[in-house]
Design a protein around this ligand. Structure first.
Ligand SMILES: *Cc1c(COP(=O)(O)O)cnc(C)c1O
Length: 413
């Protein structure tokens, strides 16, 4: 039986129509892992807030269903659905690195014996910087308190067993495990539930950076027993540049009065907040980590995107499409390019999301990337030698993948 063509797969794709909900730049947009596409409805959502600002002024804070003082609540149920969480466990606030810091303020509580943080050696620099500075902030030295997890010699991706082993090896000294759900460079999906379980079994806290996981994988943060997580929304959640971040704190921690926390007025009791009392009365949900009033314009754009996720039926159908797109992409790469291109993302489906990390074997990768740009393929280059491409199931077609492989084939000699 001949395998299906891109046209056949697109015709059979129940989510194909969602592409019409987005405004895509000219060319082939395969870089939603870096900045998601603009949902057309974001214009109306943001304009509605401009109209309310224009007509209501400051009263917009207190008026109607969209009252700005409660605006972040409009995102909560959709965040919960996307991350497999309960409504009291998720909040839209700040930005990713800020949220990582706020989470570490609460969940990195080193003692003389248990003071180490386990991260990956190739962590996104912002995460690495945040962790190092948290360690120094407690008067400790990263040389002693930071463990960097590296792939085995000559390999690109981590063996899941090596992650669990590193946790066991540091059992007595490990305070915190902070790893990505999806590695930003290789696209590898880490086994979050197993890592949480291994961390807890040695008495450590387990947090995840979900920058490349949210909107990409079908997450179950509550059931996986993750302690905390943080993410950005401008990648797979299409909120636009600098869009608001997100955070998850497991239900068992949300109302814990003993957790140290940086406080702001948006974390205190909503009914008395405007009485301007200086006694902090923590909201008994993750909202108590909020500092400031919400960035409403950015959240308005995000709402438009989250509505498209709802139209898709959530992450289940999107993940099914991703698996078909991975299969198609793998097949087309193998047919056309053979061993001229290597995908360093792991082979196993459970270790993959919608991002591919391609390395050109017999050519100058940087030249190939520049040729792709000239051909209006939007993808990205990550130093030293990887071209990242993402087939985002909300708006990328099988035809996008097909044309990309043809163009790449024409460039790589
Ligand atoms: C995109 C990304 C960031 C960016 O952090 P911001 O605070 O949103 O600028 C941080 N960490 C990881 C893993 C990322 O992928």
């Amino acid at each position: 039986m001949t395998p299906p063509t891109a046209a056949e797969l697109d015709a059979a794709d129940p989510l194909a129509h969602l592409r019409d909900e987005f405004e895509l730049p000219d060319g082939i947009y395969l870089v939603g892992n870096s900045l998601g596409a603009l949902p057309t409805a974001a214009r109306a959502y943001v304009n509605e807030e401009f109209d309310r600002w224009s007509s209501l002024g400051v009263e917009g804070h207190f008026t109607g269903r969209l009252a700005w003082k409660d605006y972040h609540e409009l995102l909560t149920d959709q965040f919960a659905a996307l991350t497999g969480s309960h409504a009291d466990e998720v909040v839209a606030m700040n930005s990713l690195t800020v949220n990582l810091h706020l989470m570490m303020v609460s969940f990195y509580r080193p003692t003389a014996g248990r003071h180490k943080i386990l991260i990956e050696g190739h962590a996104f620099p912002s995460d690495h910087f945040a962790v190092e500075s948290q360690i120094r902030q407690r008067g400790l030295d990263p040389t002693d308190s930071l463990i960097l997890l590296e792939p085995r010699g000559g390999e690109e991706v981590l063996h899941p067993d090596d992650i669990l082993q590193a946790i066991t090896d540091n059992a007595d000294e490990l305070a915190l495990v902070l790893l990505p759900g999806v590695q930003y460079y290789t696209g590898q999906v880490l086994p979050m539930a197993k890592i949480a379980q291994a961390g807890h079994s040695v008495g450590a806290i387990v947090g995840f950076d979900l920058a490349h996981a949210v909107g990409n994988l079908d997450l179950r943060l509550h059931d996986w027993d993750v302690d905390f997580a943080a993410w950005c929304t401008y990648k797979y959640l299409n909120s636009g540049p600098g869009g608001v971040g997100g955070a998850f704190v497991h239900r068992r921690h949300v109302a814990d009065p003993d957790l140290p926390k940086f406080l702001g007025w948006w974390g205190t009791n909503k009914t008395t907040r405007f009485e301007m009392e200086t006694e902090f009365d923590a909201i008994p949900t993750v909202e108590s980590w909020q500092l400031s009033n919400a960035p409403v314009l950015s959240m308005a754009a995000l709402r438009a995107s989250l509505d498209v996720f709802e139209k898709a039926g959530g992450m289940g159908p999107l993940r099914r499409k991703t698996e078909l797109q991975i299969e198609f992409f793998d097949r087309r790469l193998a047919e056309s390019l053979g061993d001229r291109v290597e995908n360093i993302t792991p082979k196993a489906l459970v270790e993959r999301g919608c991002q591919f990390a391609l390395r050109v074997t017999n050519d100058d990768g940087r030249r190939v990337f520049e040729e792709l740009e000239r051909a209006r393929v939007l993808c990205d280059w990550r130093y030293p030698d990887v071209i990242r491409v993402a087939a985002v199931p909300l708006y990328n077609s099988f035809d996008d993948i097909d044309r990309f492989v043809d163009i790449l084939d024409g460039i790589v000699r």
